[in-house]
Write a protein that binds this ligand. Structure first.
Ligand code: TA6
Length: 281
């Protein structure tokens, strides 16, 4: 069976042996195994009972990134901590695609008061032998223009962060959240991680490469998403997260495609699409 749901988790099976899992909680991809290797990181301390966003996999950030003073929603919005509807299999030929939806009428009263818009999100997760594709469409069902941020908060699993690098961000401006949001220009062709990193690279080209340090290369091809966040909490922040092991910063890196530096403006009745295709090079 190419895709089946059990206990609020949809498991995708590709004929090549590749597999993926998507929790209905947040429509969070929690596993992607290709060529027998788990490519995503989920903390061993992740809370999976629906009381908190899953620490790992690909949490969906919508309608805000971070917090916004004038929008009293939790950090990174409500999409990643809401239960989505499973719409079933879309295709099951050479690729297995499933879809999930979240509508405004599924939100809590408080969430709707904080963000009073009529909308429908449809999230498509597609598995091939060597790729994972995750694309979100946002339908503005209001007559007025809607503004939102969105981001795929992808946690990649690595053997040792010391051997990891990200390519494709050279020459782009980034806001450095570790330095209070100060902006700089990236001058390295290969970004390496040896301290806390929390950077929003702005208006970035669409083709990134993650070298996972064990000879593996992942190509991250984004579309519709202008920016890219690179995050590793490192020692102190790792110790401060209850759902993240103190030493787990060694075995993960977040490379997150999104539109977060500016609002996405979507006119009433219109639809927006954005997402990423991750390929094993
Ligand atoms: O994407 C990076 C970031 O915004 C960091 O600043 C850090 O807060 C991270 O997201 C995790 O946020 P969370 O709300 O999931 O703990």
């Amino acid at each position: 069976m190419p895709a089946q749901e059990s206990n609020k988790v949809v498991t995708l099976q590709h004929p090549s042996g590749a597999t993926a899992k998507v929790s209905l909680f947040g429509a969070t991809v929690t596993s992607w195994i290709s060529n027998g290797i788990e490519r995503l990181f989920v903390s061993k301390d992740a809370i999976l009972d629906g009381s908190k966003a899953i620490r790992g996999g690909i949490p969906l950030v919508f309608p805000i990134f971070g917090t916004k003073a004038h929008i009293p929603l939790p950090q990174h919005g409500f999409a990643r901590n809401s239960y989505w509807d499973y719409l079933g299999i879309l295709t099951d030929n050479d690729e297995v695609a499933v879809r999930f939806s979240l509508k405004d009428n599924q939100l809590t009263k408080d969430q709707r008061q904080s963000w009073p818009h009529s909308f429908r999100l449809v999230y498509t997760v597609t598995l091939t032998a060597t790729q994972l594709k995750t694309y979100l469409t946002v339908k503005n069902e209001d007559s007025d223009t809607m503004e939102f941020n969105t981001l795929l908060h992808t946690y990649f699993r690595v053997k040792d962060i010391a051997n990891v690098s990200v390519e494709g961000l050279s020459s782009y401006t980034f806001a450095d959240k570790v330095a209070g949001g100060a902006t700089s220009v990236e001058n390295r062709d290969k970004i390496t991680i040896a301290e806390e990193v929390d950077r929003v690279y702005q208006d970035v080209q669409d083709h990134l490469q993650l070298n996972t340090g064990d000879g593996q290369k992942l190509m991250i091809d984004k579309s519709g998403m202008k920016d890219t966040v690179v995050w590793n909490p490192w020692i102190e922040k790792a110790q401060g997260m209850g759902d993240f092991g103190n030493e787990e910063y060694h075995e993960m890196i977040c490379v997150e495609v999104g539109s977060v530096a500016q609002w996405v403006h979507l006119e009433g009745g219109q639809t927006w699409t954005g997402g990423q295709t991750i390929s094993i090079a």
